[in-house]
Design a protein. Structure first.
Lengths: 322, 300
């Protein structure tokens, strides 16, 4: 029974990804005729355009083109960047680790700090601490993350210059070893990761707070307190583990927002990840790169949703018995 | 024909399950701290959207030699990199944000409720197909999708509205569908059907009126999301190049190096406007949602 549940989830994820492929194909190949983008030379003759169409297989019937496209994508052949003339996949491969580092740090910090603050607020429900934290999290939730990023630069890189305002390493420096290099990257990571954390914090806080409020009113908590256990221990050992479950689903739902945040935050901090790559592609109208990053972003979100489903499956016995 | 008459008779029996007891919406907006805050902020920004151009002290794009000047008597919020008045730009920028927010949310509401109503009411393969479409839009990362669409079409106000509206309806569709699924089985709908009412009549007279409050609450929340989306797209250079919005202001401020010039007067106002307006609209949206959805209300 449970195997079928998982298989269904995997099949749904694959189907969604197939949808993405079809959508991408139509968007970039049919809606925007690639030859108009390929031949940016204004003096290209119709014969040259025809030759281009032939070279790229664009004179084949649509179905044949689609099969070619799926095959190319399967071989990770995503075409050439119009700006750098490099294969799109190699640009994505270089950028991906930086995005994962930024997004991973931000998500980790937001989950830990957000849920901790949620517990603090829930156990002091209605008090001033609770109100203050609620106000703060609503503010960070409504504020555009790139605006927060610019303010961080203004304050911590210009006004009090303690952190670098952009890039991932100090340019032109030869590092004596791995650790001095890592230390330099870490310093560059502080501000963008803070912006990412502040962007995600509010949601984790709100979910954890309401989840804790629910759990704290349940009978088993009252029973635990009645047995004479100290309040701190009841919260830590019995309430928090039960309240953590909704966070798992949230982190998957958040992933779409994380991707959006990666684009704007990386742009602000010239962080050389997928977001910055997309931003440059927007400016240069570099459609092959834009298409490639969109594909990777979509695949990432689909994968994150699938992982969260699997995690939920192992964490919540009620799903398994279904 | 007979369906219409039968439906009219049934109307007396039909008790709307959700909706407003008279007076409560007013109480909701004026009787709570959150309601008063939300209403006051929205009213202030609506005023800016309507009369911003008229009360702006300078033409918003009038350049001068006073480049990146800090706040003074002449320029209450200082000047931009081209010497234009920041306050005037903030006042004028309200219009684009609010127009895009409202128009995109309207498209999203119409699309979402149509898909939700049709899928939920008719069920079967129609529902399965529409549900798959909804799922797809829910999973796909929204900002990259909007970027790709906006880049392929050429940036203008209409393109912004269309792109945001077309990519943000799936959540509404999901909520409406769930509501229609429960309404469809209710006794008063079955009574209407038994008396011979047609599908169109039932949807118009029974399903839609009982779903509207929910659609409304959800659409208020979408307005906030649409305002944030417009700002993000404009910030990335995909806004309408002929109009000033808070997003394009932030783009210009960032591109012209305002952060390294410590020009806080240029950076803070547009972002703060976005934040406060989004906050106020979201608070109103949640108030309506709590009011419409009794399950949330008792939760407190």
């Amino acid at each position: 029974m449970s195997g079928r549940w998982l298989a269904g989830k995997v099949a749904a994820a694959l189907l969604t990804f197939a949808f993405v492929l079809v959508f991408n194909f139509f968007l970039f190949r049919v809606m925007g005729d690639p030859t108009t983008q390929l031949a940016r030379l204004p003096q290209a003759t119709p014969e040259e355009l025809q030759q281009l169409r032939h070279n790229y297989g664009l004179d084949k019937p649509l179905m044949g083109q689609f099969v070619d496209y799926v095959g190319d994508t399967g071989r990770l052949d995503l075409g050439l960047s119009q700006r750098s003339r490099q294969p799109v996949w190699s640009e994505i491969k270089d950028a991906l680790p930086w995005t994962l580092l930024l997004v991973g740090t931000g998500t980790l910090l937001a989950t830990v700090i957000g849920s901790w603050l949620g517990v603090v607020a829930a156990t002091r429900r209605g008090k001033r601490t609770d109100d203050g934290l609620l106000g703060f999290s609503l503010f960070t939730y409504a504020a555009p993350e790139y605006w927060i990023g610019i303010i961080l630069i203004l304050v911590f890189a210009v006004w009090i210059p303690i952190f670098p305002s952009g890039l991932q390493v100090t340019p032109g420096v030869q590092f004596s070893g791995f650790f001095s290099n890592a230390w330099d990257v870490a310093k560059h990571l502080v501000l963008p990761a803070t912006a990412m954390t502040l962007m995600l914090l509010g949601q984790y806080f709100l979910i954890m707070r309401s989840s804790m409020v629910d759990v704290l009113t349940e009978d088993f908590i009252t029973v635990k307190r009645a047995t004479g256990l100290p309040w701190e221990r009841v919260v830590r050992r019995h309430a928090v583990p039960n309240a953590l479950l909704p966070l798992v689903t949230l982190s998957a739902i958040q992933f779409g927002a994380v991707v959006g945040g990666a684009i704007t935050i990386e742009t602000i901090f010239s962080w050389p990840g997928l977001g910055e790559l997309s931003f440059q592609a927007i400016n240069d109208k570099d459609f092959p790169v834009l298409e490639g990053t969109f594909l990777v972003f979509s695949a990432g979100v689909i994968l994150a949703n699938l992982l969260a489903d699997c995690l939920y499956f192992y964490l919540d016995p009620r799903v398994q018995s279904r | 024909m007979s369906g219409e008459q039968a439906g009219a008779a049934v109307e007396v029996l039909a008790q709307p399950e959700f909706g407003d007891e008279p007076g409560t919406v007013r109480e909701l907006l004026l009787g709570t701290w959150r309601g008063r805050f939300g209403l006051a902020v929205v009213a202030l920004f609506a005023f800016m959207a309507l009369f911003g151009k008229a009360i702006a002290p300078y033409p918003p794009d009038a350049s001068s030699l006073d480049v990146l000047a800090p706040p003074s008597i002449h320029h209450l919020l200082g000047t931009t990199e081209s010497g234009a008045d920041v306050l005037s730009q903030v006042l004028v920028g309200a219009r684009v944000s609010i127009v895009v927010g409202l128009a995109a949310a309207a498209i999203s509401a119409v699309l979402g409720s149509t898909v939700g109503l049709v899928g939920g009411y008719f069920g079967g393969w129609t529902d399965r197909g529409l549900d798959a479409l909804e799922n797809w839009f829910l999973v796909i990362p929204t900002l990259p999708l909007m970027i790709v669409l906006a880049r392929l079409l050429n940036p203008s106000l209409t393109v912004l509205i269309a792109v945001i509206g077309l990519t943000s309806w799936a959540g509404t569709g999901r909520i409406v569908r769930a509501q229609v699924l429960t309404l469809r089985e209710r006794a008063f709908v079955e009574r209407a059907r038994a008396l011979g009412a047609g599908d169109g009549y039932i949807i118009r007279k029974h399903i839609l009126p009982n779903t509207l409050p929910l659609i409304f609450a959800n659409t208020v929340l979408i307005v906030a999301v649409a305002i944030l989306s417009e700002a993000a797209l404009s910030f990335l250079g995909l806004g309408d190049p002929t109009r000033i919005s808070w997003g394009t202001m932030l783009e210009n401020a960032f591109e012209s190096g305002a952060p390294s010039a410590q020009a806080w007067w240029y950076v803070i106002p547009p972002g703060l406007c976005i934040t406060v307006l989004v906050l106020a609209i979201s608070i109103l949206g949640y108030l309506f949602e709590e009011h419409v959805n009794p399950r949330l209300r008792e939760h407190g």
